[in-house]
Design a protein around this ligand. Structure first.
Ligand code: PL4
Length: 401
């Protein structure tokens, strides 16, 4: 029979979110009376708001007409790429530098393929598991050495360093996955910190994959929403972003990646040209309907709706944070991000996850699933109906911190 891909054998555990779903199913099967509420996976719950919804339905309707029909749109609608440049980047990028995708996670996977198995990587610890698991799957990292995967530099981000890593440990000529606002801690790097990151990446000859999937949750006007607000970033960074969390497109699927033209490899070749080559080979473009929705989302009324929707989830975040603090549980995040990062000193994350599920019927995400520095933490997601969040907060009072 065919031999298993050894990179897959290197993966230590199941992917975090299906593992949580499995444990939820097992608990529900054993306790059919439990009315479970999820503050686990960061999955949007509220209906798409009317203007954006009209964009989507109109996009679908047009496909049924001779004048409005369209087929493949590999690199994305020109009008959408231009509008993204205008809304998010003060028009600093040409349309050829913006690639429309079916979401940030899918682009992270394709970026991993672009840089291949020989490139070392550094991650914020804790961080979104796709950076590490995807690196293992393509053979850029692994096997597991007891505390982490070989080939990955884990950069602890804790209260002690203000959730910003020690940049002296960056790999040379490697990838740096950096997510701000961070999933799971909710920490947002300030301008000074991102300037230091860009300088360090340039000095190390490394490339930053900046994940800005939660940028529309930033409310503090002093905090940068994009790595491209920082001088020098065009020579050392790509940015992935998404309509999932701001517009409720987790199921619709739409995102984008910015790859500046001046970004070069050590040998002088263009990263932008290679990215176009990789995407052209293994991706056939985002859905035309999603893109029509994305265009509506970036019109003034759509942007107002993005603000309204993200304000709603931030309202949930405030309720969760307040409830936890009232119980004496120390936590951060939730002010410029939809995640609250709560500490349970000396405890195992999965044990606390089980306790919250059993005592409160609330699903959370164990911090250790985001990296070694996440041990003893729990992530609470603010994506939920308001009544569910209120009920969950009430039930959390059963916890003994
Ligand atoms: C569960 C930092 C959530 N099945 O929807 P996309 O692909 O545009 O964006 C995904 C994404 C990208 N970057 C960051 C993210 O946190 C996410 C989504 N993360 C979470 O609970 O951490 C959903 C996870 C989903 C998944 O595996 O992505």
């Amino acid at each position: 029979m065919i031999i298993r891909n050894p990179c897959i054998s290197n993966i230590k555990a199941g992917y975090l979110f299906p593992e949580i779903a499995k444990r939820r199913r097992e608990f529900a099967a054993a306790h059919p009376e439990a009315e479970i509420i999820s503050l686990g996976v960061g999955n949007t719950t509220e209906p798409i708001l009317p203007h954006i919804d009209r964009g989507l339905t109109e996009g679908a309707r047009k496909l049924g007409t001779a004048e409005g029909y369209s087929g493949y749109s590999d690199e994305g609608l020109l009008s959408l790429r231009e509008r993204i440049s205008e809304v998010f980047y003060k028009k600093q990028f040409a349309p050829e530098e913006i690639f429309i995708s079916d979401g940030a996670k899918c682009d992270i996977g394709r970026l991993q393929l672009l840089f291949g198995s020989g490139t070392p990587a550094a991650v914020q610890d804790p961080s979104y598991p796709v950076y590490v698991d995807g690196s293992v799957l393509i053979g850029a990292a692994g096997p597991w050495n007891g505390t982490g995967y070989q080939g990955i530099t884990y950069l602890p981000c804790t209260a002690e360093n203000d959730y910003f890593p020690d940049l002296t440990r960056l790999p040379s000529q490697g990838l740096i996955y950096f997510c701000s606002p961070n999933n799971p801690t909710g920490a947002v790097a300030d301008r000074e910190q991102l300037t230091a990151l860009v300088k360090a990446a340039l000095a190390a000859g490394s490339l930053i994959i900046f994940d800005a999937a939660y940028s529309e949750y930033i409310r503090d006007p002093q905090l940068p929403k994009s790595i491209f607000e920082i001088d020098g970033a065009r020579a050392c960074a790509v940015e992935v972003n998404s309509f999932s969390k701001p517009a409720g497109f987790t199921g619709v699927r739409l995102g984008w990646t910015v790859v500046p033209k001046e970004l070069r490899y050590a040998g002088g070749e263009s990263v932008n040209a290679d990215w176009a080559r990789v995407c052209g080979t293994i991706f056939n473009g985002a859905s035309n309907i999603s893109q029509a929705g994305g265009l509506a989302a970036l019109e003034p009324e759509g942007l107002r709706e993005i603000r309204e929707l993200s304000d709603f989830y931030l309202g949930n975040a405030k309720l969760i944070r307040t409830a936890l603090r009232k119980l004496g549980i120390s936590c951060v995040g939730g002010d410029n991000s939809p995640y609250i990062w709560a500490k349970f000193p000396g405890r195992d994350s999965w044990e606390v996850f089980a306790e919250i599920l059993e005592q409160c019927w609330v699903v959370t995400t164990p911090g250790s699933g985001f990296g070694p520095a996440g041990q003893s933490f729990i992530r609470f997601s603010a994506f939920g109906h308001r009544s569910d969040v209120e009920t969950a907060c009430k039930r959390l009072e059963k916890l003994q911190p």
